[in-house]
Design a protein around this ligand. Structure first.
Ligand SMILES: NC(=O)c1ccc[n+]([C@@H]2O[C@H](COP(=O)([O-])OP(=O)(O)OC[C@H]3O[C@@H](n4cnc5c(N)ncnc54)[C@H](O)[C@@H]3O)[C@@H](O)[C@H]2O)c1
Length: 281
């Protein structure tokens, strides 16, 4: 057995949310590993712009495809194009996802300070925001798996979902995102069992805290540019004492994509600088 990731070379990898902060780094990594890479995102202009860098370097082995993870028809269309140009799909990375301010409470707790301002709490959440965050993270993983995984049957396929720290214990302020990521863990295990006899593996990466666009408003004070109280709390609860860099996820991504992990399925692996192991004492 070869002890490297060279079996990824030539495999067809679909990356949803391919133009996001993590997606861009994942795409570079999979392209460097020699995958035939499909970068998928849902807006044409965004997709063209973000594909350009990798495309310039890797040319024919990169395909930029517009696909909406919440619309089955759009994914079926995308699959036709992928199959025509690259053949059957081997690896699926479900990286479209995220939180939104409309599904975030202003306050962490209900207490005597905000009893007259319940709009700052759970009671003030916008249900459409709640729904869209839940849908993007949960259905946005279910649907691409439903459309793309059929190609993987009996061909050693690998599906990698993106979970989060809040899937193990919810974080304050973001109930929809926390519940949706918990559902990703459950779905990962369910699919791993369901697909096990067809040699499709399903695993998830649970990133810890990475300072990115989607959580910046919670972690950095807009005016002072200093860490917010929440940002400081996170650093204090992370034994390694720092936020992660998206590149820190690459080793695990390649491991789960490659046949080197061929007996690993149904696991959710944290990459978190020790956050989930630390009780705070
Ligand atoms: N950034 C973090 O700190 C962090 C931590 C833990 C988990 N995660 C998870 O990692 C994943 C990637 O996060 P990110 O920071 O790269 O997010 P991001 O917002 O930078 O990227 C998400 C990408 O998904 C695309 N997208 C949104 N809706 C879509 C749709 N309907 N169809 C197709 N594409 C769509 C967006 O255009 C964007 O390019 C998400 O699931 C996120 O929840 C992120």
């Amino acid at each position: 057995m070869k002890i490297d990731f060279s079996d990824i070379n030539g495999k067809v990898c679909v990356l949803t949310g391919g133009c996001g902060v993590f997606g861009r780094v994942f795409g570079q990594a999979m392209a460097e590993a020699g995958a035939k890479l499909v970068i998928m995102d849902y807006k044409q202009g965004r997709c063209d712009e973000c594909c350009m860098d990798i495309f310039k370097k890797k040319g024919d082995s990169v395909l930029c495809v517009v696909g909406n993870v919440l619309q089955k028809d759009s994914l079926v269309e995308a699959k036709k194009e992928i199959n025509e140009k690259f053949g059957k799909i081997d690896i699926l990375i479900n990286a479209a996802g995220g939180n939104a301010p409309t599904a975030t409470t202003k306050d962490e707790f209900i207490d005597s300070d905000n009893l007259n301002q319940l709009d700052k709490t759970f009671f003030g959440l916008d249900i459409e925001g709640f729904r869209s965050v839940f849908d993007l993270n949960f259905l946005g993983t279910v649907l691409p798996t439903m459309v793309f995984a059929e190609d993987m049957i009996n061909r050693n396929g690998s599906i990698i979902n993106i979970s989060s720290m809040n899937s193990f214990r919810p974080l304050t302020k973001i109930p929809a995102y926390s519940a949706a990521k918990a559902s990703i863990n459950n779905l990962t295990q369910w699919l791993a069992v369901h697909f096990a006899k067809t040699n499709i593996r399903v695993n998830a990466i649970a990133p810890g805290f990475f300072l990115t666009k989607q959580n910046e408003f919670l972690l950095i004070d807009e005016k002072t540019k200093e860490l917010t109280a929440r940002g400081n709390k996170i650093i204090a609860q992370t034994p390694m004492g720092t936020f992660g860099q998206p590149e820190d996820l690459i080793g695990l991504l390649l491991y789960l994509s490659s046949d080197i992990s061929k007996f690993v399925t149904g696991v959710i692996i944290p990459v978190d600088g020790g956050f989930s192991s630390y009780s705070g004492v």
